[in-house]
Design a protein around this ligand. Structure first.
Ligand SMILES: [Zn+2]
Ligand SMILES: [Zn+2]
Length: 458
């Protein structure tokens, strides 16, 4: 088989992997790079535009995996787009929302290429989307009649435990198999149960490495970390400050809402309204509606019933009173400009009563990353529109990751027992840690860190 890494950058970037197996072509994910703008944020699709794709498989509906899908489809109008049925419920919402975000960015930041696709184009390609249950074998190259002379390779989605609908993809060819982890979480979160990747064996493994540069203390427990978060919220509210928890709309928002609902139910927090974003509300509804279909804990916990969720109106983040203790669980996780999280953070950080609590990754070069690195009382650069700010409020970082710990992923490599591992979706030091560890533990495994666009024979 041949594999090409289409991530335009060598960091976490935009996920997109092109695969050639038994003469057929599959694209796995078509994300956009969260830190790049316009066409530069897209996968390197030009490199593969001359070979027709039989299918595109999407691992989950985060932007860094799906945000470039409509552009990928534009080059390959015959490719069917395969995903889990849970992702199928989400994907159009996610992409229509990105059109709105890109249109806003075009107005506010003057990015000439935006929007990269339109609402009309999305409606046109939506019939290509197909949802499948986990652990069904799909003949992904059989859709193209002209080429279906021989048998088709298959693919199967395995529950990745990362966000609703997330999956790893097992591709089986005539002689060889490949497994792509997508984003994976092996431990249980508050709602979603950990990945079900047991018994996955493959010749080639493409693995995410997000947390390769992060060691977890042996004493760490997610429950204790959640308790600390709830306690920090309580303390902030007691001193009449507001709480801002910046999160991604899909996945993290619902995990945090579930933790708040359970804390309120247990009497650890008083009932009060929780402000969320419009997209967060939509996804929360889908989490509630599909509770029976998801592999999850607390399957009777309906977030909309358990909590008083209030959608923050446009412009409200700039004007509403913050003293007196409000709770915001709001996008975006990295506090990109022109988001409610960005504007609220800018307003809140000068007042020492407030608390800003991170519960996930924020790239060091984003406003969220700048804030994470800030020190109390010392001016720092927040963002081009926010400028130079000084933080006096409490700011803390809680490790409630939806990504596997590096030790778990390293064990997983041993279980899959591939002859080749391709490391992706991680910063250079994160990939480097895995490369070293795999070489030490499994010297026979070939480890590759494919540069952007590099074609690998595996
Ligand atoms: Zn993800
Ligand atoms: Zn990702």
């Amino acid at each position: 088989m041949r594999i090409r890494n289409l991530n335009p950058d060598s960091d976490i970037g935009a996920s997109a992997w092109w695969l050639e197996i038994d003469g057929h072509h599959l694209l796995m994910d078509a994300g956009v790079h969260p830190k790049l703008d316009g066409r530069e944020s897209l996968p390197l699709l030009d490199l593969v535009k001359d070979t027709e794709l039989d299918a595109i498989a999407i691992t989950h509906c985060h932007h860094d995996h799906v945000g470039g899908l409509p552009v990928a489809v534009r080059h390959h109008r015959r490719a069917h787009v395969l995903m889990t049925e849970l992702s199928y419920f989400l994907v159009e919402r996610v992409l229509h929302n990105s059109v709105n975000v890109m249109k806003r960015q075009a107005e506010e930041s003057d990015v000439a290429d935006y929007p990269l696709y339109t609402h009309e184009e999305l409606d046109e390609i939506a019939p290509l989307f197909q949802g499948f249950k986990y652990n069904r074998e799909i003949e992904w190259a059989a859709f193209q009649k002209s080429r279906s002379g021989g048998s088709s390779p298959t693919l199967e989605f395995f529950d990745a435990g990362h966000a609703l609908g997330s999956a790893g993809v097992l591709v089986r060819g005539k002689r060889e198999t490949l497994f792509y982890t997508g984003d994976v979480c092996f431990h249980d979160q508050t709602i979603l149960k950990g990945a079900r990747f047991e018994d996955v064996k493959a010749d080639v493994l493409i693995m995410e490495t997000t947390r390769g540069n992060r060691a977890v203390a042996p004493t760490f427990s997610r429950e204790a970390e959640l308790d600390r978060l709830i306690e920090a919220i309580r303390e902030t509210l007691k001193r009449k400050g507001s709480v801002l928890i910046p999160t991604f709309a899909l996945g993290r928002t619902q995990e945090i809402l579930a933790a708040l609902a359970l804390a309120m139910r247990a009497g650890k927090l008083k009932h009060q309204p929780i402000y969320i974003g419009g997209l967060g509300r939509v996804f929360t509804e889908i989490y509630d509606l599909e509770a029976h279909r998801a592999h999850r804990l607390h399957s009777n916990l309906q977030l909309h019933e358990a909590l008083n969720l209030v959608v923050l109106e446009k412009g409200q983040a700039e004007t509403m009173k913050l003293a007196g203790g409000r709770i915001f669980v709001i996008t975006a996780g990295m506090m990109s400009e022109h988001t409610a999280a960005h504007d609220l953070a800018a307003r809140m950080m000068g007042d020492k009563r407030h608390g800003i609590f991170f519960v996930g990754y924020a790239d060091p070069e984003t406003p969220g990353g700048h804030l994470k690195a800030s020190q109390v009382g010392k001016p720092f650069f927040f963002s081009p529109s926010g400028g130079q700010l000084t933080r006096n409020c409490e700011m803390r970082d809680f490790d409630l990751s939806a990504h596997a710990n590096r030790g778990e992923l390293l064990d997983f490599v041993g279980e899959v027992s591939p002859h080749t591992v391709l490391l992706g979706h991680g910063d250079a030091d994160a990939r480097g840690w895995f490369a070293e560890q795999i070489a030490a533990r499994h010297p026979k495994i070939r480890v590759i860190q494919p540069a952007p666009g590099l074609l690998v024979e595996a």
